[in-house]
Design a protein around this ligand. Structure first.
Ligand code: CP
Ligand code: NVA
Length: 306
């Protein structure tokens, strides 16, 4: 089978996402019925974490176990990587011992170097630039609630971070539009927009204008992992970029609210929104489990007949 990695959202086509979502529905249904589905007995997933995680770790570990496989979790500081072993050597060694690898790390270039030395599929569990598994779960969740994202508008309020750039990659694949509003000094970076279709996003100085008429309003922490030194400045600079009930009222009446979590109530989102009726954040978090099971199955077994 051809070796495939999942390093950024555009690594898969619309046809492949449609297949993955069909598999996700089937896998999720089996899970809800407590019916075992274990096509990956004797297969092993290694997870490498250079940053903290709750959802990514639990969803990948539970998911691989549910598929019949096993999991090894490595925190880099506990391994020889933490003592300077070259990444390329680590990739060569681990990929001779396991069947699939998930990494959460800093620069996208790290995961690219790692995957080009790996014999097995590598999955991006978040880098500074992208978080593709998150957006796969988010789009699956939107479709579960509202059937289709085609032609719709997603309002991104806040930081131009990994989750934001992944939404932008997804927009041209799923044919929706992203309204992006970031505070001055935190705008989208030209270099990071290379290859992103400008017809699928628009920037707004005023977050309320970005939210106006949106079908989905979404945000993320003001300070991502790795940028903690900027936290105090960001709290000041992002003050007007909180998704609150007034902002949600500008969106469509049936608009949904999403947040990849962890959330900071009172900062990027008001409690009344994240804990309110338009919020689907818990479905969004749960769906990480189901979409990633479909992803692992696809990378290891290819297309299977339902
Ligand atoms: N959304 C997300 O990736 O959460 P964790 O950082 O807890 O893995
Ligand atoms: N943008 C956040 C996402 C956390 C899941 C971060 O990178 O810290």
């Amino acid at each position: 089978m051809e070796l495939r990695h999942y390093l950024q959202f555009r690594d898969f086509s619309l046809d492949e996402y449609e297949y993955l979502f069909a598999r996700t529905l089937w896998i999720k249904d089996k899970f809800k019925r407590y019916e075992p589905y274990q096509p990956l007995v004797d297969r092993t997933l290694a997870m490498v974490f250079e940053k903290h995680s709750t959802r990514t770790r639990v969803s990948f570990e539970a998911g691989m176990n549910q598929l019949g496989g096993s999991v090894i979790t490595l925190m880099t500081r506990d391994t020889q990587m933490g003592r300077g072993e070259p990444l390329e050597d680590v990739a060569r060694v681990i990929s001779r011992m396991v069947d699939v690898i998930m990494i959460r790390t800093f620069e996208q270039s790290i995961i690219e170097r790692f995957s080009s030395n790996s014999r097995v599929p590598v999955i991006n569990g978040l880098t500074n630039e992208y978080h593709p598994c998150q957006i796969m779960a988010d789009i699956f969740t939107y479709i579960e609630h509202r059937q289709s994202l085609k032609g719709k508008t997603v309002a991104w309020i806040g930081d131009s971070n990994n989750v934001c750039y992944t939404w932008l990659q997804a927009a041209s694949i799923f044919d929706f539009k992203v309204h992006v509003s970031t505070p001055p000094g935190y705008e989208l970076e030209a270099a990071a927009l290379a290859g992103i279709d400008t017809a699928h996003f628009e920037t707004f100085a005023d977050p309320h204008e970005a939210a106006r008429g949106a079908d989905l309003v979404t945000t993320d922490v003001w300070t991502s992992m790795g940028f903690e030194a900027e936290n105090d400045d960001r709290k000041r600079d992002f003050e007007d970029w909180q998704v609150d009930a007034d902002m949600m009222r500008l969106a469509k009446p049936d608009a949904l609210f999403m947040h990849c979590l962890p959330a900071h109530r009172g900062e990027e989102v008001a409690a009344e929104v994240i804990d309110g009726p338009q919020s689907v954040v818990w479905d969004e978090a749960e769906n990480r489990l189901h979409v990633q099971k479909a992803l692992i199955e696809f990378l290891l077994l290819g297309r299977t007949i339902v």
